[in-house]
Write a protein that binds this ligand. Structure first.
Ligand code: ADP
Ligand code: MG
Length: 261
């Protein structure tokens, strides 16, 4: 087991379940006893909102982490989930792309700060829906990339573009970057298309695809408006059960010993 596990949750498509996965994977890992820090790297700040971090609590944000002298521990704040912290985002992060592109070490800004991350924690980075400077910063800082894939037509098409970016990052700033896995999200078993996409994904990507598939579940989509992970909002829902199961598989891939699952 390594000291630290940094995983970027990335897919340049919007609405595929990146943020939902960041929140609920983070909550499930924390509930299983793993200290976890979620970095909200999307200017929309959906992960921050979904975890109930209101505007007054976004004093220090991921923008400060990237562009300022602040350390990770100075920017991470507690959530209502014990052992789960978040570095929140505000819309000013959207100007970061432009401002940061002026600096010389512009793809290594996040990595510089995460090099001193607390030992023993899991760091999840919720990426924006683009392969721009923010997502590249996440990939340069990360040990691996987790790709949520919505079980719908064309899902696999965007993947080659994502993998090209991973390759470019490997060739330049982060040779050790790996693919952690692919998580199928919003699957609907009454729908043949979901099953077809799952079969295609498993045929093409084999063991990279996690055994657990996240079902489309209304409780998952309701939870953010209650400022809670679905795991707290409705622990017995199908979505919660699936995210807990997936979190155990994820922890096993990171070689973490689960304290309880
Ligand atoms: P992304 O971060 O990739 O843009 P989100 O995680 O924000 O995607 O998800 C997009 C939308 O789909 C959100 O409204 C979210 O609540 C909803 N959603 C995500 N996963 C599920 C699911 N398993 N069941 C139902 N709705 C979901
Ligand atoms: Mg998102």
């Amino acid at each position: 087991m390594s000291d630290r596990n940094i995983v970027a949750i990335a897919n340049q498509k919007g609405g595929v379940g990146k943020t939902t996965t960041a929140i609920n994977l983070g909550a499930a890992l924390a509930q299983a006893g793993h200290p976890t820090i979620l970095i909200d790297l999307d200017p929309q700040g959906n992960a921050s909102t979904g975890l109930g971090i209101d505007a007054e609590r976004r004093q220090r944000t991921v923008y400060d982490l990237l562009a300022g002298p602040e350390s990770l521990s100075e920017c991470a704040i507690d959530t209502d989930v014990p052992l789960l912290q978040i570095v929140p985002a505000t819309p000013d992060l959207s100007s970061a792309d432009v401002e940061l592109s002026q600096t010389t070490e512009r793809t290594r800004l996040l990595r510089r700060k995460l090099d001193r991350a607390p030992k023993g924690s899991i760091i999840l980075i919720d990426c924006p829906p683009a392969l721009g400077l923010l997502t590249v910063n996440a990939m340069v800082a990360a040990d691996s990339v987790l790709v949520p894939l919505q079980a719908e037509f064309y899902a696999l098409e965007g993947l080659s573009q994502l993998l090209t970016t991973v390759k470019q990052v490997r060739q330049t700033a982060n040779p050790d970057l790996r693919i952690n896995g692919v998580l199928l999200t919003m699957s609907d078993y009454r729908n043949n298309l979901s099953q077809q996409v799952e079969a295609d994904a498993r045929a093409t990507l084999a063991d990279l695809v996690y055994p657990t598939v996240i079902p489309r579940n209304v409780r998952v989509s309701e939870a953010p408006s209650h400022a809670q992970p679905v795991l707290d909002y409705d622990p017995a829902s199908k979505g919660s059960i699936a995210y807990r199961k997936f979190a155990a598989e994820f922890a096993a891939r990171l070689n973490l010993v689960a304290e309880e699952v």
